[in-house]
Design a protein around this ligand. Sequence first.
Ligand code: NAP
Length: 468
Amino acid sequence: MTQIGTEDNPVRVAIVGAGPSGFYAAEHILKDAETHAQVDLFDRLPTPFGLVRGGVAPDHPKIKSVIRVYEKTAAREGFRFFGNVKVGQDIGVEDLERLYHAIVFTVGCETDRRLGIPGEELTGSHAATAFVGWYNAHPDYCDEEFDLSSERAVVIGNGNVAMDVARMLALTDHELRQTDTADHAIEQLDRSNIKEIVVLGRRGPVQAAFTNPEVKELGEMEDADPIVDPSEVELDPASRAFVESDEADKTTRVNVEILAEFAQRRPTGKGKRIVLRFLASPVEIQGDGKVEKIVVGRNELVEEGGALRARDTGEREELECGLVLRSVGYTGIPIEGVPFDEKRGLILNEGGRVLDSHDAGHKVGHYTAGWIKRGPSGVIGTNKKDALETVQHLLADIGSQTLLSPENPEPEAVEALLSERGIRFVSFEDWQAIDQAEVGRGEPHGRPRVKFVRVEEMLETLGEKVSG
Ligand code: NAP
């Protein structure tokens, strides 16, 4: 058998999903010069960078500077980008198996977790993921409509996405126009009637999932006051004992301090209020055809299995509102031909090696990294370490030659197949042209870029440059 991973027989790897974990996996593989690897990174969108482009809030440009690292990876020898290619539709996993020695799935968690309460489907109740996609010009969400005509919006959840969406609802036109927020969202948000944004945390301040800079920022907004009821940040004995123990991390302690400081503040009369509520769960969303109010249940914390969980006290309150954004986490979508752990919403894997089933071994040549491997947690950098674990397994499997045996491992075979199927794939060079066009559109307005919203617009920009 011919040795794979030599200068004459490079290892050919397909990575599916060009978000942070896809780029980190590519970086780790290509850095290992000994394997002579070639990496083709696929994405269903013409644009790379996943949630760095489509998730990170537009008023957090510093977080997006990590793109420079990904650009360096893209410049490495052996790297190719195939944007605008939907794996599972334009090209199947079985096609990839015929073209590559290994496949790494880094598709992230693309959909929202459900609350499972009555009224969740009413018009005006949206997954925060849709709102995030809409203000970030994600092509999937550009036609979504958010009714911003009522005075109150309710955000459910206490993570950083909840902080992002609450803040975006409260930014002024002046704040928004310095960002790369989608133009359609700037226009709508400018006309918004929302005066109060209520954020519901089902547990207490100590159990909040948001981090310090994100909650602190709510106290530094141009035209919004943070509102916290002092009685809601008074800690129950178990939470108090935890926060004072060595077990509590700095983030938790500082969150509690920030919230206690908010509780001391008097509203300064700014135009909007961001009200942070705790021990409050949504019980039902009500309305005649569209959201009119939300029924909120009061919780208490009880110890269960070593953690403090929320238990319904039976006490109820109603809040009138016209918009509900459910921000209770993301979950993965199965890919045809890839074993999926339905319970966890992830690709079935062990340390990044895809498993055939719960009791079976490694599905040879198949790997995964990032959120779809471990779940939707951590910051962008977390994916670097996560991808390294996967790539170390992949490198070990190259060492033992435990790989797929593709019929057509030649790099040209991929382009040929896509062209034969009429797929207009976007190379990294093509993406750079789209990027420059967006930046150029932003320049006259002092904005970092004005994003294209539709795939067609992106492809039109390329004109003759479109490959395939
Ligand atoms: P998350 O951090 O997992 O937060 C989910 C929140 O939803 C938690 O507060 C959770 O409360 C709550 N929740 C879950 N089920 C609920 C229910 N049935 N009813 C009410 N509340 C419920 O998820 P995320 O906000 O989507 O963020 C995903 C990841 O991206 C996180 O790691 C986050 O830090 C990261 N991120 C980072 C940034 C940033 O760095 N600026 C920005 C955005 C996102 P419990 O704790 O009680 O389960």
